[in-house]
Design a protein around this ligand. Structure first.
Ligand code: DAH
Length: 331
């Protein structure tokens, strides 16, 4: 084969190589070494030049230089087209056939999930859902609920005051009053919402948390019905094997009053989840319901504590520090 034919065959080989090339800068480097390297195919041809008569060499040299330029121009162009930013970097590669990384997707906050569960349980037994104000006057948060002014019962709930007469509600019970002021009996509502307490923060108490209030007013409502309703709720929420207990208690707006505790598997102790009782006749007087005709029961439950008990979460503050590693466990 003449040198001219050899030059042509190297050119053909090169064109075939870049035809079969996969978008990959490692291949480009291999090509560069194969053709342009110190012991590459082009250098080999240059070496052969010495075998030819001096007269022929300029023409051969020109042909070889053209090939060399052609190959290096082509290789540079390919590197540029791969990624202009990375041209020149030897081990950069993009595999455009890889599937994209999945974007992170948020989840419904675990408290919202619990809230939805609680709502669905009560809706399924005939309760409606209502909402009320988080900033309220003293009367709706305390006075109308039979907390006399200056009475120590107000110390049960450390209060954030906005001004002398305005508070961040300490419980959702304020909405009991708003509902009864607006509507005539009978009524049957649950009221989910945020409440605020100026309390010492601990594993089970935070300055804000969520409650679901319940209020049922009708003729002939009994404590037995209240008990049946809340026991049904606990069974639905925690399963029928979960240990629960009733304790007598005191609230100004119910008489008699009780609290329900659930067994905390994590700490091996009882944890209170709700207060409840029969609506005090004084409250009915305040909203203009005749206590001789109407009876009612009410309850207020803590959503954070129910969630902690259900999922064995050992610190209420976890709900509020925004750590996605915690929330991802419940997505
Ligand atoms: N509001 C009370 C609290 O936050 C809980 C409560 C107790 C609500 C008895 C009620 C009830 O409706 O009847 O501690």
């Amino acid at each position: 084969m003449s040198l001219k034919d050899k030059i042509e065959s190297v050119r053909t080989q090169f064109l075939a190589d870049i035809d079969s090339f996969s978008d990959n800068s490692n291949d480009i480097n291999a090509f560069r070494i194969k053709y342009m390297g110190r012991k590459g195919l082009v250098a080999e041809l240059f070496q052969k030049m010495g075998d030819f008569p001096a007269d022929d060499r300029p023409a051969i040299g020109q042909a070889l230089n053209e090939l060399k330029l052609e190959i290096s121009t082509e290789l540079d162009a390919i590197v540029q087209s791969l990624d202009p930013d990375q041209a020149g970097s030897s081990n950069y590669r993009i595999d455009t056939t890889l599937p994209e990384k999945e974007p992170p997707i948020g989840s419904i906050h675990i408290l919202e999930q619990t809230l939805n569960e609680i709502k669905n349980i009560f809706i399924s037994i005939g309760f409606h859902v209502a909402y009320g104000p988080e900033v309220d006057d003293d009367y709706h948060n305390f006075g109308a609920l039979n907390f006399p002014e200056h009475h120590p019962a107000r110390d049960m709930q450390d209060t954030f005051f906005v001004d002398n007469d305005t508070v961040l509600r300490t419980h959702t019970s304020n909405v009991q009053i708003h509902l009864m002021e607006k509507e005539d009996p009978p009524l049957r509502y649950i009221v989910p919402g945020r409440v605020y307490r100026n309390e010492a923060i601990s594993f089970k108490s935070y300055c804000l948390f969520h409650q679901v209030e319940g209020l049922f007013v009708d003729k002939n409502v009994s404590f037995g019905q209240l008990k049946g309703c809340l026991e049904y709720f606990v069974k639905q929420m925690f399963g029928s094997d979960r240990k629960m207990r009733w304790r007598p208690s005191y609230f100004p707006f119910t008489e008699p009053s009780a609290e329900v505790d659930i067994w905390d598997e994590e700490r091996q102790q009882w944890m209170e989840i709700l207060g409840c009782g029969m609506v005090d006749p004084a409250v009915f007087d305040n909203v203009g319901y005749d206590p001789h005709v109407w009876h009612g029961y009410a309850f207020g439950m803590g959503v954070e504590r129910i969630t902690m008990l259900k999922y064995n979460i050992n610190d209420i503050r976890l709900f509020y520090n925004g750590d996605v590693r915690f929330f991802d466990q419940f997505s």
